[in-house]
Write a protein that binds this ligand. Structure first.
Ligand code: PEP
Length: 251
């Protein structure tokens, strides 16, 4: 049985005080929740203070990105080791904003995923089609291609560290959520692709989150789908009440 996993992606939001207040509020609200894995991904700058606010909680810490090199002349980048040093367990990799706003390629994403796993950081690997892809009937092709390229070269043992987040780009931050059936269709496709690539056991064990305007009011119906194992949440993760309500709805 896959343990549900919900992660909050705070993106470029909060400040030093509000990040800690959000984390502390969640720690209070979610004390004792154990049937589901919960993580928050604050901006890099606030990782350490959020880690301190979460230290007595079950809420894990994640970063919103990571670089694949270990150290050196890579101005502005942050390594796996640095993130581990700041108590991170997870890193979001390949988020659509990094792919489409900042121009990240599948090849770069693949290197980041490999480096994260090698260094002991669990990737939340994002894939998802643009609206024009969906309208052209290319959703399966685009998402399958992203999955294959992102995981290229990883042996089955390493792939087990990955959570895949299916995030249709047209649903992110737009208020337009994929229907539960649309999400299930793509999740099932990803799982059958994983089975072809890595075998039944790994495909059954790997968690696939849905992301894209998930909120308290649609959490239960999204999570009712057999291949939806959790959520990656942007906007609704910035309010203690909303994110806590989603966690509790799943738990
Ligand atoms: C995201 O950024 O991963 C996301 C899903 O955002 P939102 O929930 O705001 O659509």
């Amino acid at each position: 049985m896959r343990k549900p996993f919900i992660a909050g992606n705070w993106k470029m939001n909060t400040n030093s005080a509000s990040a800690v207040a959000l984390a502390a509020g969640l720690a209070r609200q979610l004390a004792g929740v154990e049937t589901i894995d919960v993580a928050v991904c604050p901006p890099f700058l606030y990782l350490q203070s959020v880690a301190a606010a979460l230290s007595a909680s079950n809420i894990a810490l994640g970063a919103q990105d990571v670089y694949f090199e270990g150290n050196g002349a890579f101005t502005g980048e942050v390594s796996v080791e640095m993130l581990k040093d700041c108590c991170c367990s997870y890193a979001i990799i390949g988020h659509s904003e990094r792919r489409h706003v900042l121009g990240e390629t599948d090849a770069l994403i693949n290197k980041k995923i490999a480096a994260a796993i090698a260094g002991g950081l669990l990737p939340i690997f994002c894939v998802g089609e643009l609206l024009e892809d969906r309208e052209a009937g290319k959703t399966t092709q685009v998402v399958a291609d992203q999955v294959k390229k992102g995981l290229d070269g990883l042996c089955p043992e390493r792939v087990q560290a990955v959570t895949i987040a299916y995030e249709p780009v047209w649903a992110i931050g737009t208020g337009r959520t994929a229907t539960p059936a649309q999400a299930q269709e793509v999740h099932a496709m990803i799982r059958s692709l994983l089975e072809k690539l890595y075998g039944k056991d790994i495909a059954r064990a790997l968690r696939i989150q849905y992301g894209g305007s998930a909120k308290p009011s649609n959490t239960a119906e999204l999570m009712s789908q057999p291949d939806v194992d959790g959520l990656l949440v942007g906007g609704a993760s910035l309010k203690v009440e909303d994110f806590a309500a989603m966690v509790k709805a799943i738990a």
